[in-house]
Write a protein that binds this ligand. Structure first.
Ligand SMILES: *Cc1c(COP(=O)(O)O)cnc(C)c1O
Length: 435
């Protein structure tokens, strides 16, 4: 595979962009090698600067549920942009979009639009604190909620504890109001409430974890979070930036039949543009300025072009009656292909999946939290990643990320995926792992 142009561009990028990329995981740090510079996408496929074609299993890290350059989205975007790209004044489409989101997401009664998932979660946490008058939040190890200071906290051990900053530049003060528990560990959360119950504003959770690789909630986990927050006067925030409009039409809250107090949305909701949202109970959302006292604002919030893209994508998904059944069966096909290929090659793996998002962990498993996710053989993953890339399948370049499938991944695409997986697992069997 010729990658000369990507290599030149990457060297040039390294001189003027930190690490050569505008978001860290794009740099192939976890797998080595040169990131591919992409020039074009269509449906489930994308092409790099050297003309190589890949089956895209990243989907821009989640947003592209219809694949690249869907005609309905492109038409809405170009039509809207030609009438002006931003006004800093309200538009009708924002109202229609907020109503559309409330129709899809069971717990959403009011919606505020922002520009990124990070901003949505940061704002929802501020709102939870402002509403409850409490300062602490509970998050789970291995869950990612964007890069706001208070949420860049990871545990020093598997035991629930006060968190330490996980990045230079995050103050101890910002991290010290964040309490940590292992994912799927109800008793750790109950212990935190036992000690800090009256200080906890909210429990923040990825209802299906996707940012340590896919880790579904065990039966009863989300129900227990609902109960313990309710009993203690704290809010439950579902961070559905990844799961919203993906694991079912109404997100994880519809799939598991739980009503969080607040929900954050991103990725799919923006139709491939920088747009995200937080939503929830009317009595809570009414505390957001200018209706209430909790301040949150944005020059480009509710940007007309981004709103047009998000609205067009949601509406186009709605016109496909079996959209979520198809996503489920595509995900199941991928899971099956990976499982068989690994078994045939004698490579121990654990495939975790929720609908059209999945992760193949190079460990026998089970993977139920961050500790067990970290038992994965990352060298074997790197070998798998590069073998897949050579076979023309672009996976997320990290063991601890989810593969995303879209409605553009049809029969031809999944046949390509299966063939590549079979070859790639054979290659993995011949490489040395982490030792
Ligand atoms: C991607 C993601 C975020 C951050 O969204 P950005 O748009 O990258 O800021 C937050 N929470 C979850 C669960 C995510 O998957």
């Amino acid at each position: 595979m010729n990658t000369a142009k990507s290599e030149v561009l990457y060297r040039q990028a390294l001189t003027c962009i930190p690490g050569g990329v505008n978001s860290p995981v794009r740099a192939f740090g976890g797998v080595g090698g040169t990131p591919r510079f992409i020039v074009r996408g269509e449906g489930a496929w994308m092409w790099d600067a050297d003309g190589n074609r890949y089956l895209d299993c990243i989907g821009s890290w989640g947003p592209l549920l219809l694949g690249h350059a869907h005609p309905a989205v492109i038409e809405a975007v170009t039509r809207t942009a030609s009438m002006g790209t931003t006004f800093g004044a309200p538009t009708e489409a924002e109202v229609l979009f907020a109503e559309e989101i409330c129709r899809w997401v069971p717990s959403a009664e009011m919606v505020r639009l922002v520009c990124s998932g990070t901003e949505a979660v940061m704002s929802a946490v501020r709102l939870a604190r402002g509403f409850t008058g409490r300062e602490k939040i509970v998050k789970f190890e291995g869950c990612y909620h964007g890069h706001a200071d208070a949420l860049l906290a990871a545990a020093g051990s598997g035991v629930a504890t006060f968190s330490l900053p996980s990045s230079p530049g995050v103050t101890r003060g910002a991290a010290s109001d964040t309490l940590l528990a292992p994912y799927n560990d109800v008793s750790a959360v109950q212990r935190l409430f036992g000690t800090h119950g009256s200080e906890i504003a909210a429990v923040l959770v990825e209802p299906v974890a996707g940012n340590m690789g896919v880790v579904p909630p065990e039966p009863g986990f989300l129900d227990s979070l609902r109960k313990v927050t309710f009993d203690n006067g704290a809010l439950l925030i579902f961070d559905e930036v990844m799961t919203g409009f993906r694991v079912s039409a109404g997100g994880a809250q519809e799939l598991y039949v739980i009503r969080p107090d607040l929900t954050t949305l991103g990725k799919i909701v923006g139709g491939g543009f920088p747009l995200a949202a937080y939503a929830g109970r009317k009595d809570i959302m009414s505390h957001v300025a200018p209706a209430g006292q909790v301040y949150q604002a944005g020059t480009l919030s509710g940007n007309p072009v981004a709103v047009a893209a998000g609205l067009a994508q949601l509406k186009a998904i709605r016109t496909i009656p079996d959209a979520f059944e198809r996503l489920e069966s595509t995900g199941a096909m991928a899971e099956d292909a990976l499982g068989r290929a690994a078994a045939d090659a004698g490579v121990p793996v654990c495939v975790n999946r929720a609908g059209s998002m999945l992760t193949v962990f190079f460990t026998p498993g089970p993977v139920r939290d961050y500790e067990t996710a970290k038992t994965s053989d990352t060298k074997r993953f790197a070998a798998f990643f590069h073998a897949m890339l050579n076979e023309g399948v672009h996976l997320p370049p990290s063991q601890f990320e989810a593969l995303f499938f879209s409605l553009a991944h049809g029969e031809e695409e999944m046949t390509h995926f299966k063939k590549a997986a079979t070859a790639a697992m054979r290659a993995v069997a011949e490489t040395r792992g982490n030792e």
